[in-house]
Design a protein around this ligand. Structure first.
Ligand SMILES: Nc1ncnc2c1ncn2[C@@H]1O[C@H](COP(=O)(O)OP(=O)(O)OP(=O)(O)O)[C@@H](O)[C@H]1O
Length: 132
């Protein structure tokens, strides 16, 4: 799926599944598509929820959070944050949060979403699961 197709699919109320080859950019690019469209912004009335991304391992959480912050030109620990067991860097106005599946299950269960490999969710005004 290309960026436009992904963003159009988001207008569908059902959850979506994005398939792509290894290292094609599912983890690092899709959150950026969402962010650049206005998701994750506290100023947006429609898309104000945090973009949440899960990864199975803490090393991958740190690496992808750093990479996305770098590509967006944002500060890690501010607009782009992460949380793993015993470590967390999250700003008050965090837009994109990377976390392990374990954190999702332990800490975010009320607010968030779940997927096995990787997920994004926009909560508050609506809850959406994107599995890639
Ligand atoms: N921490 C990083 N440092 C440098 N380049 C990176 C980093 N993370 C990702 N990349 C680059 O971004 C590309 C996309 O990586 P990404 O993790 O988004 O792919 P993916 O489709 O989620 O992969 P996978 O199927 O293995 O989870 C990679 O080919 C890699 O070159």
């Amino acid at each position: 799926m290309m960026e436009q197709e992904i963003m159009e699919a988001l207008n569908d109320p059902s959850n979506i599944i994005i398939c792509g080859g290894t290292r094609c950019g599912k983890t690092t690019q899709v959150p950026q598509f969402l962010y650049e469209t206005g998701y994750g912004s506290s100023k947006s009335h429609v898309h104000s929820g945090i973009i949440g991304v899960t990864q199975p391992r803490r090393v991958a959480v740190l690496a992808t959070a750093k990479r996305v912050a770098y590509e967006l030109g944002l500060h890690l620990g501010k607009q782009v944050g992460f949380q793993v067991r015993y470590d967390k860097m999250i700003g008050d106005n965090c837009s994109i949060k990377f976390m392990t599946d374990g954190i999702l299950l332990r800490v975010q269960v009320v607010m968030f979403y779940i997927t096995i490999f990787f997920s994004l969710v926009h909560f508050r005004s609506s809850i959406k699961f994107i599995v890639v």
